[in-house]
Design a protein around this ligand. Structure first.
Ligand code: ZN
Length: 384
């Protein structure tokens, strides 16, 4: 199999929001293979994105040549900024960037290439296939934006959905965690730190008490309460400009994750309660307190697909048919599949040989990429 396609796709710059060039490349190849213009559409997902963007999701809806449930194959088009300028180059069994300052962009151009290669093989060899939707979402790396805001009606009600992203080709990810984002504003009272410190209420003291309590009671970091598990992290603390002013304002950004939505809610509640309690405990000489506001934004919901579901069984059978040992896994990070599942399309995510993603050490394993293409072809042609 030629590696030209995946090499050219990894070379094209296209960080999140700048997907026009890679989308045009894919569209040109599709048209050349005989896909009619009318089957190719873009939605307006970028118009709902917090970063804007050049272009929406690329969705290609194709009729089947044989009957069967519609199958959807997807992989995100964007890369992290570190991949811009990558010079893919083959070194034995792997592809790396010749420029040591860039990542490779195998995440997720290798996935995007798996989908395109699969279709080009079907078209060239005239292979029979069920109805297919090919879906290349935008802006995965900045918060699963394309999958979140996809015009779901344009996908044609697919019943078996497969996503290719980072990782090994034999691992089927059948579930992933959910994530909540917290914006915490801590307001104290400013005063001169030398002349009248007792008139101030320090936002630093309020936040410290809250964070120390969360740490002591096991609500920060890895959170384990009985059978429930999750994680939380105070990731950003910002505030203050001078040492001679009692710190009156702190902006804190935190997250809470758990596969169990109810337990994730408990972590969020524990964080909120700790900050609100701390705000009441810290007083100035006149007995005044500061205050805390907590704004919770739901980033994505967790999901878990039963292993007996046809989409999982198909994926595992296709993996086994290529001679690999099929494995299932649950992810502790979010995937486009979280939003696909939330839209009513439970989606299994497979890898295509990328490792060291988001770093300058990123590589693509050629044998693993080739296996991923074989697996995708089996799934797209309805063999499994
Ligand atoms: Zn990715």
């Amino acid at each position: 199999m030629s590696l030209d396609l995946v090499m050219s796709m990894m070379e094209i710059p296209g960080k999140s929001g700048k997907e026009r060039q890679i989308a045009e490349f894919i569209v040109a190849k599709l048209k050349k293979s005989g896909v009619p213009e009318s089957a190719i559409q873009f939605d307006n997902a970028h118009k709902k994105s917090h970063i804007g963007g050049e272009i929406g999701n690329l969705i290609v809806k194709l009729p089947g040549t044989v009957r069967g449930p519609r199958r959807l194959l997807m992989a995100h088009m964007d890369t992290v900024p570190l991949c811009v300028g990558a010079k893919p180059s083959r070194d034995g069994d792997v592809i790396r960037s010749r420029d040591p300052r860039t990542a490779l962009g195998g995440d997720d151009r290798a996935g995007a290439a798996v989908i395109l290669q699969t279709w080009l093989t079907i078209a060239k060899q005239g292979l029979p296939h069920p109805p297919l939707t090919l879906f290349w979402p935008i802006q995965e790396e900045v918060g699963l934006v394309g999958a979140r805001y996809v015009s779901a009606a344009k996908l044609g009600k697919p019943q078996l959905c497969f996503n290719w992203d980072g990782g090994a080709p034999n691992v089927a990810v059948v579930g992933a965690t959910g994530d909540d984002h917290l914006e915490i504003e801590v307001h104290g009272l400013a005063s001169h730190a030398g002349a009248h410190p007792e008139d101030g209420v320090s936002a630093a003291v309020i936040a410290s008490r809250a964070i120390a309590q969360l740490h002591e009671e096991g609500w920060h970091g890895l959170v384990v309460k009985g059978k429930n598990r999750g994680t939380s992290n105070i990731g950003v603390l910002q505030g203050g400009e001078a040492t001679n002013v009692v710190l009156d304002s702190l902006r804190i950004r935190a997250e809470a994750r758990s596969h169990d939505p109810a337990f994730r809610g408990k972590i969020v509640a524990a964080i909120t309660k700790a900050f609100q309690a701390a705000a009441k405990q810290v007083k100035n000489a006149a007995g005044q307190c500061g205050k805390v506001t907590v704004d919770v934004r739901h980033k994505y919901e967790s999901f878990r697909i039963d292993e007996q579901e046809p989409v999982v069984q198909s994926a595992l059978a296709a993996i086994a048919a290529t001679g690999l040992e099929p494995l299932t896994r649950i992810s502790n990070g979010g995937l486009d599949a979280n939003w696909m599942t939330a839209h009513g399309f439970p989606t299994v995510t497979l890898g295509c040989g990328q490792s060291g993603i988001h770093t300058v050490k990123e590589e693509l394993s050629i044998p693993q990429y080739e296996r991923a293409c074989e697996i995708a072809l089996l799934l797209a042609t309805g063999k499994h």
